[in-house]
Unconditional design. Structure first.
Ligand SMILES: Nc1ncnc2c1ncn2[C@@H]1O[C@H](COP(=O)(O)OP(=O)(O)OP(=O)(O)O)[C@@H](O)[C@H]1O
Length: 325
C-alpha cells in the first residue's frame, strides 16, 4: 500500500530525518510527543509539503512528485478547516464540485455519507453552529465522499470532549474497514485502541514501528522513556520497567536494615528485593500512582487502590518483566 523511504524535510530549527516505513494494515497510528514531526510526515504523505529527500510510494508507484489533488488521499487537519460561509451540505460537496461530479451522483453520495456519519439532520447548518464532534464528522464526510485511497487524520480527537472520544474511536474503526487510515496522536490510549501499525516518532526520527507489541517491548531508551517506563541502571546495564511492573510492599519490619543501594546483606533475598522510600503520589493517569526514591532515581509505580502507604514510608521493591535496552 503506502511506503515511505528515507523521507526527509529540513528547516532551520527542525529536521525530519530519513523516515521509512511500509503500511500493511488498515489502521496506522503515528504516535509521538508534541513537536516530534507527526504533522510534517502526514503533510508530506498528503503532498501538501514537498519532501527534501527520500521517496513516497503508493501501490508501487512513486508519488513523491505527484500533486496532492492527484494522490486522492483524504486529509483532515486538526482544526477541520471547514468553510465558515458554507453550510454543511456545501462543505461536504466542495471537493465534488471541483471535480465536476454531476449533481445526482453528488447528492446521493452526500446523503449516504451523512446517514453513515449521523449528520443528516445538520446539512443546512453552518459550521459555527456545530459542536466539535459534529464539525469533525462534517470534515470526515467531506474527505470520504471523494472515495480517497487513504484517509490522513491529524489529531482527530484533540478538539473533542472526553465523553465522545470513545464513540469517535468506534466510528473511525468502522471507517477504516472501508478506507485505510493514518491517524496522528500523542494519546497512548488512542494508539493502543486503534493502531494495527504504530509508528513512534520522536524528535524528527522514526524510533519504532510495529504492532501494539511495541508498547510491551520498547526498542530503545528514548521510546521507553516516552512510553512512561522507568529506566534503571544495574550492573553496567540499563533496564526498562513499566510502572505497573514495579511491585512494592510495606517494609516497616525491616526499616533498620533499609538502604537504597540494593546490597543489604541482612535480608533473606537481597538480590530480588530492593528498597525504596515513598516520595508521594503522582499523576500518571492510573488510579494510584506512587513515586519512590530508589538508587537516587524517582521511579513511578502503580499499586492496588487499597494499599495504604504514605510519603516517607519505607517499601520493598520488586521489578517484574524488566527489559534490557
Ligand atoms: N512550514 C514550517 N516551517 C518551519 N518549521 C515548521 C514548519 N512546519 C512545521 N515546522 C516545525 O516542525 C516541527 C514539527 O512540527 P509538527 O507540527 O510536525 O509536530 P507534531 O509532532 O505534529 O506536534 P503536535 O502534536 O504539537 O501537533 C515543529 O518544531 C514545527 O515548528
Amino acid at each position: 500500500m503506502l511506503k515511505l523511504e528515507n523521507v526527509s524535510k529540513a528547516w532551520k530549527e527542525f529536521q525530519l530525518r530519513n523516515v521509512s516505513f511500509e503500511l500493511n494494515d488498515k489502521y496506522c497510528v503515528i504516535l509521538g510527543p508534541s513537536g516530534a514531526g507527526k504533522s510534517v510526515i502526514i503533510q508530506c504523505i498528503a503532498g501538501i509539503l514537498d519532501v527534501d529527500g527520500g521517496n513516497i510510494y503508493y501501490d508501487g508507484e512513486d508519488i513523491t512528485e505527484l500533486k496532492p489533488e492527484y494522490r486522492n488521499f483524504g486529509y483532515v487537519p486538526q482544526n477541520y478547516a471547514l468553510f465558515p460561509n458554507m453550510n454543511v451540505y456545501k462543505n461536504i460537496k466542495y471537493g465534488m464540485t471541483i471535480r465536476k461530479i454531476d449533481k445526482i451522483t453528488a447528492d446521493k453520495k452526500i446523503n449516504d455519507m451523512a446517514e453513515f456519519l449521523n449528520i443528516s439532520h445538520i446539512l443546512e447548518r453552518t459550521p459555527k453552529t456545530l459542536s466539535g464532534g459534529e464539525q469533525q464528522r462534517v470534515a470526515l464526510a467531506r474527505a470520504l465522499v471523494l472515495d480517497p485511497k487513504l484517509l490522513l487524520l491529524d489529531e482527530p480527537t484533540s478538539a473533542l470532549d472526553i465523553h465522545i472520544k470513545d464513540t469517535v474511536m468506534d466510528e473511525l474503526k468502522k471507517i477504516s474497514e472501508i478506507t485505510p487510515i493514518i491517524h496522528i496522536t500523542h494519546d497512548f490510549v488512542e494508539a493502543r485502541t486503534l493502531g494495527e501499525n504504530i509508528a513512534i516518532v520522536i524528535d524528527g526520527e522514526l524510533n519504532d514501528f510495529g504492532t501494539k507489541d511495541i508498547f510491551k517491548n520498547p526498542k530503545n531508551e528514548r521510546v521507553a522513556k516516552f512510553l512512561g517506563y522507568n529506566i534503571i541502571s544495574e550492573n553496567n546495564s540499563k533496564l526498562a520497567v513499566a510502572p505497573e511492573n514495579v511491585k512494592i510492599e510495606k517494609a516497616d519490619m525491616i526499616t533498620n536494615n533499609i538502604n537504597n543501594n540494593n546490597n543489604n546483606n541482612n535480608l533473606d533475598n537481597p538480590i530480588s528485593t530492593k528498597y525504596g522510600i515513598v516520595n508521594g503520589y503522582i499523576d500518571f493517569g492510573y488510579y494510584k500512582s506512587v513515586s519512590i526514591s530508589y538508587n537516587n532515581d524517582n521511579l513511578k509505580c502503580i499499586c492496588d487502590e487499597d494499599f495504604e502507604i504514605k510519603s516517607g514510608d519505607n517499601v520493598s521493591v520488586n521489578f517484574e518483566n524488566m527489559i534490557n535496552i
